[in-house]
Design a protein around this ligand. Structure first.
Ligand SMILES: Cc1cc2nc3c(=O)[nH]c(=O)nc-3n(C[C@H](O)[C@H](O)[C@H](O)COP(=O)(O)O)c2cc1C
Length: 219
């Protein structure tokens, strides 16, 4: 009799222990479970690089492989509370640095021949925006290729718009890429640009505040 009673009891203990353990150790790699800021679970999480802001006068566009330009874009976005869109290459960035260098060289050479690498990002209209912020990393002294494609594809829509360029690099300057932007969108009005290098990225917050003030951009 005792044995007959013990079996269901052991089964109950095993089941209870399993449930208790799984509650202590929730699955952490489920994307729907770990939302920044502790928001509600959503079935379709937003693209992380895209933000809808309350201030409709500005738009921040950026591309970024390792996050430096993305951080600049986020700082501008949160200072202005405006919309932000990440420009994404159709072929994801190479994780291997040397492969990325080779790819960037061949994409830049192709652009020189008038052939632009595909991107998955497009914008229907910039009409509502007073100013469009355009951010990119410097690749071989040039504007990173996804942003060159974006400007090429949207040149007409951006005509007459105020464009504020911002860029990050190891140490190279921004001037060649400013010229590229002016050639890609000849009818835009370019403001003073902002450029941070690995030596000045640490001053990002102050440099961006001063730049936005200089441009007269505010919430
Ligand atoms: C393909 C490639 C080419 C680069 N070329 C340059 C360059 O010519 N001059 C420079 O100072 N930094 C160069 N860099 C470094 C990046 O510009 C720098 O790390 C930048 O902050 C990266 O921005 P991200 O983190 O937004 O991708 C290059 C990086 C890559 C991946």
């Amino acid at each position: 009799m005792k044995k007959v009673f013990l079996v269901p009891l052991m089964l109950f203990v095993a089941l209870f222990t399993t449930i208790a353990c799984s509650e202590d150790n929730p699955v952490t790699d489920d994307p729907g479970q770990t939302l920044p800021g502790g928001g509600e679970e959503s079935e379709e999480p937003e693209e992380p690089g895209n933000v809808e802001g309350g201030n409709s006068r500005y738009l921040v566009l950026y591309c970024s492989r390792t996050g430096n330009t993305a951080q600049m874009a986020q700082t501008i976005q949160s200072a202005l509370d405006c919309d932000m869109i990440e420009v994404v290459p159709e072929t994801p960035y190479d994780e291997d640095y040397n492969s990325m260098l080779e790819r960037a060289q061949s994409e830049l050479a192709a652009i020189g021949q008038g052939s632009y690498p595909a991107i998955t990002t497009s914008v229907d209209s910039f009409e509502d925006y007073d100013m469009v912020f355009v951010g990119y990393p410097i690749w071989y002294g040039s504007m990173a290729t996804p942003m060159q494609t974006f400007l090429h594809n949207h040149a007409e829509l951006l005509s007459g718009k105020r464009i504020a360029l911002f860029a990050s690099s190891g140490s190279s300057g921004i001037s060649s890429s400013v010229r590229e932007a002016q050639e890609l969108v000849p009818d835009a009005v370019f403001t003073e640009a902002l450029h941070l290098t690995s030596g000045t990225l640490g001053d990002m917050s102050d440099r961006i505040s001063a730049w936005l003030e200089q441009l007269g951009a505010n919430r």
